[in-house]
Ligand binder design. Structure first.
Ligand SMILES: Cc1cc2nc3c(=O)[nH]c(=O)nc-3n(C[C@H](O)[C@H](O)[C@H](O)COP(=O)(O)O)c2cc1C
Length: 179
């Protein structure tokens, strides 16, 4: 599929149908593609904690989400917790930050990777929802995520039961300045 078509197809989906397209192999393919994204000094600090079992998905939805995201994730086939290992990207080997953004670079790198992940999912006919409204402590406890990883979003994977309209987007002239 052409990139323009994939960009058009990817939408945040908040209503899912039951399905079985999301497998460990598929998730591995998405992560393999995501690893092609650039990262600070090629440090590749992004990590993915994948929950596929229906019982664990329910536990995560119940303990880490509020009502809105719980409602949006009914019937999802996987929840993928995006994290990164802190104090590496943006830092020298002795731990000195390279500049003022410090661990902001780890977040930047994970975001770049996540974008590829989402687009690759759309190409494979899998729908997604990135969720930043989540309880990081509950997620850490449930999945035993080590303290050196910063928890970012939870990405739901599934098959859409709705096709939302394209949300409003700014015009390039509103965000673009040639110098
Ligand atoms: C970092 C981040 C956090 C988000 N958190 C949530 C969330 O907790 N719940 C939700 O329903 N949507 C969430 N979204 C989805 C955005 O609302 C959505 O991407 C935006 O409205 C644009 O719609 P589109 O993805 O269909 O283009 C999040 C998106 C991003 C990138």
């Amino acid at each position: 599929m052409e990139l323009d078509k994939i960009l058009e197809k990817r939408r945040s989906i908040r209503k899912y149908a039951k399905g079985d397209k999301v497998t460990p192999e598929l998730v591995k393919d998405l992560v393999t593609a995501a690893l092609e994204a650039p990262s600070w000094k090629n440090t590749e600090t992004a990590r993915y904690h994948v929950v596929l079992s229906p019982e664990k998905i329910e536990a995560l939805r119940g303990k880490a989400f509020g009502t809105w995201n719980q409602q949006c994730t009914e019937n999802v086939q996987a929840l993928v917790v995006s994290t990164f290992v802190k104090d590496i990207a943006g830092y020298q080997k002795d731990g000195t930050p390279d500049n003022e953004l410090e661990n902001g670079w780890g977040i930047y790198d994970a975001g770049l990777q996540n974008s590829v992940f989402l687009l690759k999912a759309a190409e494979a006919g899998i729908d997604t929802l990135v969720m930043g409204i989540r309880d990081a402590s509950a997620i850490r406890e449930l999945l035993e995520i080590p303290e050196n990883e910063v928890i970012l979003s939870v990405i739901a994977l599934g098959e859409r039961a709705e096709t939302p309209d394209r949300p409003h987007r700014k015009n390039p002239d509103q965000i673009l300045k040639f110098h």
